[in-house]
Structures are given as structure tokens and as C-alpha cells.
Design a protein around this ligand. Structure first.
Ligand SMILES: [Cu+2]
Length: 148
């Protein structure tokens, strides 16, 4: 059973991947440059909340915004259905895990400092990470020409 079929880890600015789920064995798609800040968004089309954990880094949770899940699934279009809600007070400060609620786009700002190389990011629910809700990211050197 795959409860995360529409799991779509997609950082800005690459846009939605039209509902195509990526698994552990797929090529690494997240290749942030060392020393840069990226805003990532987690587009949760599942019916579950997923606590998403990134290794190596800490980040600031920005906001969550509801969207039309069916439209995203059928047409790959991200259409919001309500306003963005800022992170709650108990979520402010540096985090290494963020709650991605169903039917919401969760945004966070993350700085990729200190180390290059491959690291993992995944759902912290054991059954989910065992079912491949886990991806690699590769932090690449500042002077590297390899970008996506
Ligand atoms: Cu999960």
C-alpha cells in the first residue's frame, strides 16, 4: 500500500511535477548550492499529515496554504483555495522537521551551509519512510556547474 502516491517533493522554483511521485531510487532532483538559501514547498496531496525531516540543515517554517488537490492531480496546476497562514508561534525558530498537512502547501526557507555531499530528507513516520517516502538531496559546491 502506498499512502503517499501523490507525494511530490518539489522545491521552488521548479514548479509542480504534475503528480508524478518520486521514489528513493529515482535520480536526485534536489541539488542546492552550498551557502545558498532556498524556499522549498511541500505539496501534500495525500490524506495524511507528514512530519518531514531534513538531515544536515535547519530551516524556518514560513507558511501553509490550502490548494485544490484534485486540480493539481488532474492538471498539474497549483491553485490556492485560501490565504497562506504563517507558522504558529510554537513553530518559529530554527527547525529540522516540519508538519506537512494534507491539502496544504507548506513552505520553509532553508540555508545549505557547511557541507557538500548527499544527505537524506524524509517523512519521520517510520511506516512512511520504509515505504520510500524518503529522498536524497545533494549539496553541491559553490563553484560547481552541475545544477539539476
Ligand atoms: Cu508520512
Amino acid at each position: 500500500m502506498r499512502s503517499f502516491e501523490q507525494w511530490d517533493p518539489t522545491p521552488i522554483p521548479t514548479g509542480p511535477r504534475e503528480g508524478h511521485p518520486l521514489h528513493w531510487g529515482d535520480a536526485t532532483t534536489e541539488k542546492p548550492r552550498l551557502g545558498t538559501v532556498e524556499i522549498w514547498r511541500l505539496i501534500n496531496t495525500t490524506v495524511d499529515t507528514h512530519p518531514i525531516h531534513l538531515h544536515l540543515v535547519r530551516f524556518l517554517i514560513l507558511d501553509r496554504q490550502p490548494f485544490d488537490v484534485e486540480r493539481f492531480r488532474s492538471a498539474g496546476e497549483l491553485v490556492f483555495t485560501g490565504p497562506a497562514v504563517p507558522a504558529a508561534e510554537n513553530e518559529r525558530g530554527m527547525k529540522d522537521t516540519v508538519r506537512a498537512n494534507p491539502g496544504e502547501v507548506t513552505r520553509f526557507a532553508v540555508r545549505f551551509g557547511r557541507y557538500t555531499g548527499e544527505f537524506v530528507w524524509h517523512c519521520h513516520i517510520l511506516e512512511h519512510e520504509d515505504m520510500e517516502m524518503m529522498r536524497r538531496m545533494e549539496v553541491i559546491a559553490e563553484d560547481s556547474n552541475r545544477r539539476r
